[in-house]
Design a protein around this ligand. Structure first.
Ligand code: KE4
Length: 431
């Protein structure tokens, strides 16, 4: 029986009178799948229920944070306990040092860290620090990578900016954007040429070391190593934006998997466990210039909020358990292999990849190594697949330029059911 979304439609109509586009973040608006968003009523484990009481197996996971599953009892308990002690003080607590140590245990390139409230804030702040430390202004970013919505980074951005067709948003002064140099992902030659053109002007190169905001795109062999040596050669700071990949692809992030040591790292999503918490950190000599220990100003009323930090601490504790990631990888691998097998069986142009608990797929039978290639994927096919999965109770990211996420709460039966549904949808034809 076709699903009804009447209640969500009513709530959406109401919200559109009050909130731009009826949502508080554009990618939630289902624009790129030509639909209206479902309104979520509650979630538990791997499941979501919408305002019409439709149940879904959830692979958005709040865009990554819900790695232990929704409303994990241990997480809810620590949040309640922390809140009962006071929700926010605007003063330091020992919890922040505990979370700092928990992060550094797994990400040794971070010698000092500053907590903030969003990935946008982390990426915006880290670039201010990089510019101050190097006394340079230019930054290099990659087409299709998304580092939040600060002015200097809304240049050829991925994720919602790409979905909405505004990778270069109106309202960003040309003067601000002019210092942001963009290059195609995986094109080391183009990066080298950019450095040759501005040999002593580039403060930082910021990258999603595995891209999640153009869909899932992996660095080609030697690419990250090449960036590391180019940045060292030209005195540019290498910044890994691991807001999405940190503690998601593995406890040490992409930098551990590829054995690359960035100068600075941005984190978010998982380290807050779904609460507003992110961070930037790295070399001690660089972080030492951040106020109040140094002159580079950055601040936040709710930075290091004790409730959010408690949520993050418990989340990191749960995912650090010995069998958490091996089990997450096994389930994600089963999902991706099964999707590949069905697409092959039904002669669909399809590629898929994953790392840890993060995956992505394109309706494209050619390799996707950059954003231009990602955009050549078959969008109508993606839309049909997305809605077929939605109608059958599987909630995927409503955009081809996003990644998917498996949680510790997804059971083998969830994966099996998902694959059975995907096969049926693919068999039904996506043209
Ligand atoms: P936030 O400001 O949304 O917390 O983080 C920005 C950000 C920075 N860096 C990376 C690699 C990111 O993926 C993000 C945010 N990711 C998107 C999803 N692709 C958030 C979802 C949304 O915009 O609503």
């Amino acid at each position: 029986m076709a699903r009804s979304w009447q209640e969500s439609k009513k709530l959406f109509t109401d919200a559109c009178q009050l909130i731009p586009g009826g949502v508080n973040s554009p990618v939630r608006a289902f624009k790129s799948v030509d639909g209206d968003p479902i309104f979520i009523k509650r979630a538990l484990g791997s499941r979501l229920w919408d305002a019409d009481n439709n149940e879904y197996i959830d692979y958005v996971g709040s865009w990554g944070p819900a790695i232990v599953g929704h409303a994990h009892s241990d997480v809810v308990k620590v949040i309640s306990q922390a809140a009962a002690n006071g929700i926010s003080f605007g003063a330091p607590t020992s919890l922040e040092s505990d979370l700092a140590r928990a992060v550094m245990t797994h990400v040794p390139s971070i010698e000092m860290i500053r907590f903030v409230s969003s990935g946008t804030e982390a990426c915006m702040s880290v670039l201010r620090v990089a510019r101050a430390f190097t006394k340079r202004n230019r930054i290099i970013k990659f087409e299709g990578c998304y580092h939040g919505h600060s002015d200097m980074l809304l240049v050829k951005a991925g994720s919602g900016a790409a979905t909405m067709g505004v990778p270069d948003s109106p309202g960003v002064p040309s003067g601000t954007a002019s210092d942001t140099l963009t290059v195609a992902y995986n094109d080391l030659g183009a990066v080298a040429a950019m450095f040759e053109r501005y040999p002593d002007e580039v403060a930082a190169l910021i990258i999603e070391p595995i891209v999640g905001n153009s869909g899932f795109i992996r660095p080609v062999s030697g690419f990250l190593e090449g960036l590391r040596s180019l940045c060292t050669k030209f005195g540019t700071l290498l910044i890994f934006d691991e807001v999405m990949t940190g503690f998601r692809v593995g406890l040490g992030g992409v930098q551990k998997i590829y054995d690359i040591c960035p100068d600075l790292t941005c984190l978010g999503k998982v380290i807050g466990g779904g609460m507003p918490l992110a961070a930037y950190g790295g070399r001690r000599d660089i972080m030492a210039i951040v106020a109040p220990s140094g002159p580079v100003y950055q601040a936040g009323t709710l930075s290091g909020n004790p409730v959010a930090v408690s949520c993050g601490l418990k989340t990191l504790e749960l995912i650090s358990q010995r069998n958490f990631f091996p089990d997450l990888v096994r389930k994600t691998s089963t999902l991706v292999e099964g999707l590949r097998a069905s697409a092959k069986k039904h002669n669909l142009p399809f590629s898929a990849d994953f790392e840890g608990g993060m995956f992505g797929f394109f309706f494209n039978d050619k390799p996707v190594t950059n954003f231009t290639q990602a955009k050549m994927s078959n969008t109508p096919m993606f839309k049909k697949f997305f809605w077929g999965m939605m109608q059958n109770g599987v909630y995927l990211a409503p955009s081809p330029f996003e990644a998917g996420f498996v949680s510790g709460a997804h059971g083998d039966l969830d994966i099996q059911n998902t694959l059975e549904i995907a096969d049926r949808v693919m068999k039904g034809g996506l043209v």
